[in-house]
Design a protein around this ligand. Structure first.
Ligand code: ADP
Length: 475
């Protein structure tokens, strides 16, 4: 763990092992922190806040810029570590490190754009000034599916704004967190400004983060169930919160779209990170007249995907993070099958030969999916593409919106009016129009409804770490 500028063991001396989800081999051992370690980390962040919040925006920008340079220089080692620890194919891991570094340079630039307003008063002898102040100590909890970019997406803006922080990474991916911290440390971050607590059981650390009134803000990315619990606890201390949670993205093919092109997009998008992404499409709505063409292309593409250890050449889909993740996928597919879905591709665990010690599930296509099936409403977080035929393009937006989640949605159409109407009527925070990657460090990322509160990235990303301060001056 990294507390007050030093790499240390847990107070208890306990450790836990980190395993490779593709092979089952142990790839590292890290300190197993508890509540007392979380408190020590908050002590350090609290102690460092005064000096750090008084640095100039230019100093903070330089630190982030240097961190961007170092992360870029180390991208190959970081990507390999990510593949070994999290499982995604090396090419995808490289893309994630690039995305992670993008947040560092974006917020290095945003740091220098923090400004305020000089506001009018109705009184001739009065002037108003409104400025942005860092919110204070930030507690961050991050997931395993994007184990480096989810850190920089929080640490970049927190540091740019002048906040100090404590971070607990997911128990499956502490090594990526450690390697990311080394980037900041080598870039020269002062002691106490960033602190890292690793733990096999997240609950005691979560209790301390949400229960300590010195923590001004909680930023969390993970499941809706855990985000809801943490937000409720944070409320007792009136901590500011950003929670980026689950999703159930619709992917709508309109009748005017080319179904072959759309199916290629769906195949590329759905199997990224083995489907373990909150913006992964979970309902593919296809007009009945295009069903054959769309499904044929999708099945051809999916059956070509090779599943295995992401360090090997040609692997398109890696393992799932653990056995519970495979079991969840299996349960959803069996439920759909029992209720009448067809499974033209995939539909089984892979347990033989080279796959014997990993958590693998075949890339799968389900057709004839209906609203009665669990997969129609539950997030899958696995490599399964559920195809849902529809008849009426006027109703498909209502079908797409019929979810408590509201993170990402995708639309295929060549008609500008259809595109605009879909963009306006879909109740989601991120919408890709003929675009399977509508994300970037430069744009806001976040959802509506059960998908969370707050936005990361873009101009809004830094605002989440700031308070507004108003001054009245009588002259
Ligand atoms: P996922 O299902 O994607 O693993 P989780 O919400 O369980 O999502 O995990 C996301 C992050 O939240 C991880 O860092 C995990 O350790 C943490 N987490 C899970 N449960 C709790 C909890 N009760 N308190 C604090 N953090 C938690």
């Amino acid at each position: 763990m990294f507390i007050n500028g030093e790499w240390i063991e847990a107070r208890s001396g306990a450790t836990f092992e980190v395993t490779n989800p593709a092979t089952g081999e142990v790839i590292g051992v890290v300190p197993d922190g508890a509540g007392e370690d979380a408190t020590a980390a908050i002590d350090a962040a609290h102690g460092a806040f005064r000096d750090w919040s008084r640095t100039t925006a230019h100093e903070r920008s330089r630190l982030l810029y240097r961190a961007w340079e170092l992360m870029t220089e180390r991208s190959e080692q970081l990507a390999e570590l990510m593949t070994r620890e999290q499982g995604k194919p090396l090419k995808a891991a490289r893309a994630e490190v690039k995305y992670a570094a993008d947040f560092l340079i974006w917020f290095a630039e945003e740091a220098k754009r923090i400004s305020g307003d000089w506001l009018p008063s109705p009184r001739p002898d009065q002037r108003f000034l409104s400025v942005k102040a860092p919110v204070g100590v930030v507690a961050a909890i991050t997931p395993w599916n994007y184990p480096i970019s989810m850190l920089t997406r929080k640490m970049g803006p927190a540091l740019a704004a002048g906040c100090t922080l404590v971070l607990k990474p997911a128990e499956a991916t502490p090594l990526c967190a450690r390697a990311s911290y080394e980037v900041f440390i080598d870039a020269g971050v002062p002691a106490g400004v960033i602190n890292l607590v690793t733990a096999s059981d997240p609950r005691p650390v979560g209790e301390v983060f949400t229960g300590d009134s010195r923590v001004a803000k909680l930023t969390f990315t993970g499941s809706t169930a855990v985000g809801r619990q943490l937000a409720a606890k944070s409320a007792a201390n009136l901590q500011r919160i950003s929670v980026e949670l689950g999703g159930h993205a619709p992917f709508i093919v309109f009748p005017d779209a080319d179904p072959v092109h759309a199916a290629k997009g769906a195949a590329a998008l759905k199997f990224l990170n083995a489907g373990q992404a909150c913006i992964s499409p979970n309902r593919l709505y296809v007009p009945r007249q295009h069903l054959q063409a769309f499904t044929d292309t999708l099945c051809t593409r999916v059956s070509r995907l090779q599943t295995g250890n992401g360090l090997e050449e040609g692997i398109g889909v890696g393992p799932l993070i653990n056995d519970a993740a495979v079991a969840k996928v299996e349960t959803q597919v069996e439920d759909a099958r029992a209720k009448g879905a067809q499974v033209p591709v995939g539909g089984r665990r892979i347990t033989q030969g080279l796959h014997a010690h990993g958590h693998f599930y075949e890339p799968t296509v389900l057709t004839g999916v209906t609203a009665e099936m669990n997969i129609y409403r539950e997030e899958t977080f696995g490599p399964v593409a559920p195809v849902i035929p529809y008849d009426d393009p006027d109703e498909v937006i209502a079908l797409a919106n019929d979810t408590h989640y509201g993170l990402a949605a995708y639309v295929y159409t060549r008609d500008i009016g259809t595109a605009m109407r879909a963009f306006e009527d879909l109740r989601f925070g991120i919408i890709g129009i003929n675009d399977v990657n509508p994300t970037s460090a430069s744009v806001p990322f976040g959802g509506m409804g059960d998908s969370g509160i707050g936005r990361e990235g873009g101009h809004e990303g830094i605002a989440e770490y700031q308070e507004t301060k108003t001054g009245g001056f009588v002259i």
